[in-house]
Design a protein around this ligand. Structure first.
Ligand SMILES: Cc1cc2nc3c(=O)[nH]c(=O)nc-3n(C[C@H](O)[C@H](O)[C@H](O)COP(=O)(O)O)c2cc1C
Length: 308
């Protein structure tokens, strides 16, 4: 019922672990698998190990809503290969998120991940608090990197979109034109919080990325708009903490979803969401989660208000 085929990857649930949450060590990834996720996305991995920003690097600004600036801290691809090897023993769909300073660096990291057994590559061109953001805000740079990587990669390529742009549609279309197999919408929204007593920004980096509950309606609107113009699948991401949130993403056109922030509540949430979706599908007489994809688009929304 929950099985999907995402660009050739067979997933037993459409619920995928989002990048940056529990995706660094083999043991945390294994817990997410055991809870019932359909695939894992790793933390974004670069060519070299990198420390990331000092604490405080993440704060809960409202209940279930966070601002983080972890600064792409990661062990570097060569040190990460052993974690990939371990997790691949479980024959589980693994998406490796990669970043680099140049297109060539992205390629080197992606090729090493592919060779180690990754089933797909996700490119992070969208982190709002690191230098890679510059690609994801430019349609030509997006097109070029996707085309460049697609020439060399043999596994599907997903592009994680940066929502901090005026026109997300044109960036997504550039990714599709370059040959992307799917887009992920969305990464965090650029945000900031100030301590009124010290008058300083709370995060060590100053600003960061907003994630969790507050961004869910924003992500829904982005996926709704993207579904109207894209042919490739959209992976919805942002503020999922219930099965209703996943259903909502599917109704506006997502083919799969990613969950991140809400897992601070524990990985059992994944099991609960899967169970909730199955109940919803059964009680509405659907055979598959795919049957509800895009259904919201059959409703015409009011364009201009009526006169009195
Ligand atoms: C602490 C933290 C670290 C993150 N690290 C990454 C990352 O390394 N690469 C990436 O593409 N997205 C990263 N993200 C963004 C998430 O993958 C996701 O796009 C975003 O948080 C929205 O989903 P959510 O509301 O379910 O968390 C990170 C998010 C958080 C909260």
């Amino acid at each position: 019922m929950l099985e999907i085929n995402l660009s050739g990857l067979k997933l037993k649930s459409p619920l995928i672990l989002a990048s940056g949450i529990l995706g660094v060590s083999f043991s945390s990834m294994k817990r997410v698998i055991d809870a019932g996720a359909g695939a894992i996305t790793t933390k974004s991995i670069g060519p070299n190990s990198r420390k990331g920003y000092k604490n405080p690097s993440i704060i809960e600004i409202y209940s279930g809503t966070f601002i983080n600036a972890v600064g792409l801290g990661n062990p570097g691809i060569d040190n990460f290969l052993s974690e990939i090897n371990e997790i691949k023993k479980y024959k589980f769909p693994l998406i490796v998120s990669v970043f680099g300073a140049t297109n060539k660096e992205y390629l080197d990291v992606a090729l090493k991940a592919e060779e180690a057994g990754a089933n797909a590559i996700e490119i992070n061109i969208s982190c709002p608090h690191a230098e890679v953001a510059s690609i994801g805000i430019d349609k030509d740079l997006t097109f070029e990197i996707v085309k460049f990587l697609k020439k060399k990669l043999n596994i599907p390529l997903f592009v994680k979109l940066n929502p901090n742009v005026t026109n997300l549609n044109e960036i997504a279309l550039a990714a599709e034109k370059g040959g992307a197999d799917a887009v992920v919408a969305i990464n965090t929204l650029t945000a900031m919080a100030i301590d009124v007593n010290t008058k300083r920004p709370i995060l060590s980096h100053g600003s960061g990325g907003l994630s969790g509950k507050a961004i869910h309606p924003i992500a829904i609107k982005k996926v709704y708009d993207l579904y109207k113009i894209l042919k490739i699948p959209i992976i919805g991401c942002g503020g999922i903490d219930s099965w209703q949130d996943v259903v909502e993403f599917f109704l506006v056109g997502a083919s799969a979803v990613q969950i991140g922030t809400a897992l601070y509540l524990g990985v059992d949430l994944i099991t609960e969401i899967n169970e909730g979706m199955v109940k919803y599908l059964k009680s509405n007489d659907y055979k598959s989660i795919n049957d509800i994809k895009g259904l919201t688009h059959q409703f015409k929304t009011q364009e201009v208000p009526d006169f009195d």
